[in-house]
Design a binder for this molecule. Structure first.
Ligand code: FES
Ligand code: FES
Length: 150
C-alpha cells in the first residue's frame, strides 16, 4: 500500500505493507535517526513526531500516518535550537538516544515553553539513555527553554 504523508516538510508517499511499523518504513526511507532498541515501546529511541506529538515508531503502523505530518530529526536541519542546546550542554555520550530525546523536547517546549524540573522529568520519562546522560539532558532542556524566551 501507499501512505501519503508530509515527511520533514515535503509531500511523500511511503510504500509499505499494511502491518508495517512506521519505524521500519522511515528507516527504509533512509532516515537513520529513527532507531530501534527495544522494539516494544519502552525506550523512546524510535520517537518521531506525528502532527507534533511524540510517538513510538515501533508501536505505530505506517498506515496510521496517512495524511499526517511526520517529523524526524533529519527534518530539523541541524541548526534547531533544541539540537544546539544538546550540543552546548554536552547532553549525550554515544548519541544513540539523542534523536528521540530531541524530538520529545521539541514537543514539550511547544506545549510548555518554560517547564519546571519535575515537568521535564515527567516529559522525558518515555526516553531512556543507557549512557546515563540525564542530568545534562535536563540542562539542555533548560538551555533551549531559556534561549526561546530570551
Ligand atoms: S524501539 Fe521503540 S520504544 Fe524502543
Ligand atoms: S547518550 Fe548513549 S544512550 Fe543516551
Amino acid at each position: 500500500m501507499k501512505v501519503a504523508v508530509r515527511l520533514n516538510g515535503r509531500d511523500a508517499e511511503l510504500e509499505c505493507e499494511p502491518d508495517e511499523m512506521l519505524l521500519d518504513v522511515l528507516r527504509r526511507e533512509g532516515l537513520g535517526s529513527v532507531r530501534e532498541t527495544c522494539g516494544i515501546g519502552v525506550c523512546g529511541a524510535c520517537t518521531v513526531l506525528v502532527d507534533g506529538e511524540p510517538v513510538s515508531g515501533c508501536l505505530t503502523l505506517a498506515a496510521q500516518a496517512e495524511g499526517r505530518e511526520v517529523t524526524t530529526v533529519e527534518g530539523l536541519g541541524g541548526a534547531d535550537p533544541v539540537q544546539r542546546a544538546f550540543l552546548d550542554a554536552h547532553a549525550f555520550q554515544c548519541g544513540w538516544c539523542t534523536p528521540g530525546f530531541v524530538l520529545t523536547v521539541k514537543a514539550l517546549l511547544a506545549e510548555n515553553p518554560n517547564p519546571s524540573d519535575p515537568e521535564i522529568t515527567e516529559a522525558l520519562g518515555g526516553n531512556l539513555c543507557r549512557c546515563g546522560s540525564y542530568v545534562k539532558i535536563a540542562d539542555a532542556v533548560r538551555r533551549a527553554a531559556a534561549e526561546a524566551s530570551a
